[in-house]
Design a binder for this molecule. Structure first.
Ligand code: AHN
Ligand code: ZN
Length: 320
C-alpha cells in the first residue's frame, strides 16, 4: 500500500509539472497573471535632472538662471503631474532687501484625501562661504539644491508611469539657503516659511511629509534627525526601515543625531504636517566636506546615493 501511494505522488507530480509548463500541443508556457511593479527608480534619469539644473548656473533668487530654472522645473512637473503651478511671493532677505520667490508645486491624484508631501529646495546659496579659497563665489549646488529636486523629478516621472493609490504633492521650495547664523533660524527656509503660512490651496494638509536635502553625494549618510524624531518619529522609523530592507543601510544610519534647521522645521511648526528630513549629516563629517564650498559640483554626485534615496521614497509612496 505504501509503495502504491508513493508511485501515485510521483505520477501526480509529473502531471502537474507537465501542466505548469506546456499544454498538450506543446505550446509556450502561459504567463502567470501576477501584477508586477513595472516601475523602478532610474538613477541615471535622476542624475540627468541634476545636470540639467547645474547647466543653468547657480540658482540664486533674483538672477536670470534662477528664472530659467523655474520655467524648466514647472515644465517638468506639468509633464509628470496632474496639476502644476508656481506660487509667487515676496520675502525680506537678511539684508532687508525684498526678494521675489517662486515655490514650484506639482500634484498627483489631486482629488484624493490621503496625501503625501514630498519636498526639496531648488535655490542655491548666493555664495560658497565655507570655501577656503573663494568664499564670495557661488557654487553649482549639485548636491545642495540640485540633488533633492533631481530625485523628486524622477519620483514624479515614475508616478506618472504607474499612479499611486494616494495623492502626492511635490513642492520645490525657493530661498532655503539665504540664511546667516547671526540673523537666527528664521533667516533660512524663506520659501517654505512663506508656503507654510500661505499654502497653495486653502486648508491644505497632508498625512505626512518627506523633505530631501543634500541627497546626492557619494557615501552620504543620513542620521535620524532630531526635529524629525520629535514631530514625525513613526515616519522616520517607517522610512529608515524601508531603506534598510531594500539594502540601503549603509546610507540610512539607525541612530539619532543632529538638530537641523531646514524646511521641515517650519512645515512641522507652522502648518503642522509631520515631516521628516532626509539630509546628509553625520557626527563625524557634518554636512559633508563639499558643503557650501565650490566643490559642490557634479563631481561629487553619486548614482548609488540617488538610487538609495529615490528607491526608498518610491516604495514608501506605493505602499501607502
Ligand atoms: C543651517 O545651517 C542652520 N541649516 C542648514 C540648512 C541647509 C543649508 N540645508 C542646505 N543648506
Ligand atoms: Zn546650503
Amino acid at each position: 500500500m505504501k509503495r502504491i501511494f508513493a508511485i501515485c505522488l510521483v505520477l501526480t507530480g509529473g502531471l502537474y509539472s507537465c501542466q505548469d509548463n506546456t499544454n498538450k500541443k506543446g505550446d509556450k508556457p502561459k504567463e502567470e497573471p501576477v501584477e508586477k511593479l513595472v516601475v523602478h527608480f532610474n538613477e541615471d534619469s535622476a542624475y540627468n535632472f541634476i545636470q540639467k539644473q547645474v547647466d543653468f548656473g547657480p540658482r540664486i533668487p533674483g538672477t536670470v538662471a534662477h528664472g530659467l530654472t523655474a520655467n524648466y522645473l514647472l515644465d517638468k512637473l506639468k509633464e509628470y503631474c496632474d496639476e502644476a503651478m508656481i506660487q509667487e511671493g515676496e520675502i525680506n532677505s537678511v539684508s532687508n532687501k525684498k526678494v521675489p520667490i517662486r515655490n514650484i508645486i506639482g500634484s498627483i491624484n489631486p482629488e484624493k484625501q490621503k496625501r503625501i508631501l514630498l519636498c526639496a529646495h531648488w535655490d542655491t546659496r548666493p555664495m560658497a562661504d565655507e570655501d577656503p579659497d573663494e568664499p564670495t563665489k557661488p557654487a553649482d549646488g549639485a548636491s545642495d539644491g540640485g540633488s533633492g529636486v533631481g530625485v523628486l523629478l524622477e519620483v514624479a516621472r515614475q508616478l506618472s508611469i504607474k499612479k499611486p493609490d494616494v495623492g502626492v504633492d511635490i513642492v520645490l521650495f525657493d530661498a532655503e539657503d539665504m540664511g546667516e547664523s547671526e540673523y537666527g533660524v528664521e533667516s533660512w527656509c524663506l520659501g517654505s516659511q512663506y508656503w507654510a503660512r500661505n499654502p497653495h490651496k486653502p486648508n491644505y494638509t497632508a498625512n505626512f511629509g518627506i523633505l530631501l536635502d543634500m541627497v546626492g553625494a557619494k557615501d552620504a549618510r543620513f542620521m535620524m534627525e532630531s526635529h524629525s524624531m520629535i514631530h514625525a518619529r513613526s515616519i522616520v522609523e517607517k522610512v529608515w526601515r524601508k531603506a534598510r530592507s531594500l539594502g540601503h543601510g549603509d546610507h540610512f544610519l539607525m541612530y539619532e543625531g543632529g538638530m537641523i534647521t531646514d524646511d521641515h522645521y517650519f512645515i512641522n511648526t507652522i502648518i503642522r504636517i509631520p515631516t521628516i528630513d532626509i539630509i546628509q549629516y553625520d557626527l563625524a563629517s557634518g554636512f559633508g566636506e563639499y558643503w557650501h564650498t565650490l566643490d559642490d559640483n557634479m563631481s561629487i554626485i553619486d548614482k548609488n546615493t540617488l538610487e538609495a534615496v529615490g528607491e526608498t521614497v518610491l516604495h514608501v509612496v506605493y505602499e501607502e
